[in-house]
Ligand binder design. Structure first.
Ligand code: HEM
Length: 49
């Protein structure tokens, strides 16, 4: 059970980092939002997703 919780936390944490990276850098067609959105706003998007 403890291991399941730890694995779950790890997955959530890495997804959040990926979302933050994606919003900052953009993608193929997606614009980058670093500079447009504050750190707090980017963090809020990552928390929301
Ligand atoms: C502030 C939040 C976000 C905004 C305003 C945003 C905006 C956009 C826009 C305008 C496009 C282009 C759409 C088109 O070509 O018609 C796009 C594409 C895309 N976005 Fe986002 N996005 C946001 C967050 C994210 C997040 C969190 C992810 C994934 C972690 C993501 C993944 C993608 C992907 C995979 C595409 C398809 C094309 C590409 O790779 O650039 N977006 N987004």
């Amino acid at each position: 059970m403890v291991i399941m919780v730890l694995v779950y936390r790890l997955v959530i944490a890495s997804n959040k980092d990926e979302v933050i990276a994606r919003v900052k850098a953009g993608g193929e067609t997606m614009p980058a939002f670093e500079g447009t959105l504050t750190e707090e706003e980017i963090n809020d998007v990552a928390e929301h997703i």
